[in-house]
Design a protein around this ligand. Structure first.
Ligand code: ATP
Ligand code: FE
Ligand code: MG
Length: 343
């Protein structure tokens, strides 16, 4: 099969062509990071305007790199949500136009299902498995009982991990987005600052706003006293605490649910400290393996949407042309049985 996938949920317009299970003929990401960096975050209105400008060019380039013509595809897949309303609209409208004009089946993909199925890139996902989803808008522990059977066993009560990274980055005057910069700094500093451990209870939920505020206050007080903060040390202290809680809750969940695989997903899964710590922790478990999305597939891209769509294609989880955007849709609503029940 040949699947064309489109992802435009936030500030990237991305498209990819997937042949069969995991051979990518092309993958293009038009990032707007430079524009939004000027504002220290994504400006929704600007994101959708830029998407309108580049959508046709990205499509043209994606097909050119894949060396196919558009009528050769077997299905067109698109992120239907969650994400920014204006951004989602552009990708979905493009996908529906292609589906209608070329009589191709349409596959509406949940953005987080895409992040999760990025793990299928190099190796087969096996079930049951537990995925730690850590991105700009989500921090969740997701149990995968079977292909496209999701149960969210824990979620964040406040900030997402990526959001906490980016806010800390902004306060420390680091380039946007803060996540990858803090990751690099954390590998150079020492854990010398005492920060509160975030929500260490027996649930699978997360909370990062207290930790984020503690970092911001520490920096603020030091500035007031005219003291110099070692930003690398602060990055290390912050990241260590984040990783410890993420790894602890994931490992406890993996044992409790008897899973065969542990996976990471979302932009923060590119964090080298987290990847390393999770590897060490999962290695200590008997008969549990760790799957990681390749670095190129962690932050938003269309390969991950294509990988999820391939699974949906095989399960015949198609959408019709009345498909609308779903800016706030839950992952559990996307489960195979649920979709079938809803027709
Ligand atoms: P969502 O997927 O929840 O809708 P999003 O699509 O905006 O949110 P992603 O593209 O999945 O988010 O991830 C972006 C986030 O990942 C940003 O917050 C960014 O700082 C963070 N991030 C990227 N690389 C790293 C890294 N190496 N360490 C920590 N955070 C990182
Ligand atoms: Fe994302
Ligand atoms: Mg993004």
């Amino acid at each position: 099969s040949l699947i064309l996938a489109i992802e435009s949920s936030c500030d990237e317009m991305a498209m990819a062509v997937l042949k069969d299970k995991r051979e990518f003929l092309s993958s293009v990401v038009a990032s707007q990071i430079d524009v939004h960096a000027l504002y220290g975050g994504v400006v929704p209105e600007i994101a959708s305007r830029k998407h309108v400008e580049c959508v046709s060019l990205v499509l043209k380039e994606t097909l050119k790199q894949a060396k196919i013509s558009i009528d050769e595809i077997d299905a067109v897949a698109v992120t239907k949500g969650p994400g920014l309303v204006g951004s989602l609209h552009i990708g979905l409208q493009a996908a529906k136009t292609i589906a209608m004009a070329y009589h191709k089946p349409l596959i509406g993909v949940h953005h987080i299902a895409g992040h999760i199925y990025a793990n299928n890139y190099e190796q087969d996902m096996i079930y049951p498995s537990l995925c730690l989803v850590v991105s700009g808008g989500h921090s969740e522990l997701v149990l995968l009982k079977a292909p496209f059977e999701f149960e969210v066993i824990g979620t964040t009560l406040d900030d997402a991990v990526g959001e906490a990274y980016d806010k800390v980055g902004r306060v420390l005057n680091l380039p946007y987005p803060g996540g990858p910069v803090i990751d690099k700094m954390a590998s150079m500093g020492n854990h010398i600052y005492d920060l509160p451990i975030p929500l260490d209870d027996d649930s699978y939920n997360f909370s990062f706003s207290g930790l984020k505020s503690a970092v911001i206050n520490l920096n603020h007080k030091a500035n007031q006293r005219g003291e110099i903060i070692n930003k690398d040390d602060l990055a290390t202290s912050f990241q260590d605490v984040v990783i410890e809680i993420l790894v602890n809750k994931t490992i406890r969940g993996a044992k409790a649910y008897g899973v065969k695989q542990v996976m990471l997903a979302g932009g923060v899964s590119a964090n080298r400290g987290l990847r390393k710590a999770m590897e060490i922790a999962v290695n200590k478990l008997d008969e549990v393996e760790l799957l990681l999305p390749p670095m190129s597939c962690c932050t938003d891209n269309a390969m991950m949407i294509a990988l999820a769509a391939k699974e949906m294609y095989d399960l015949k989880m198609f959408s019709d042309l009345s498909l609308g955007i779903k800016p706030n849709i839950d992952l559990e609503n996307e489960s195979f049985s649920e979709v079938n029940r809803n027709g």
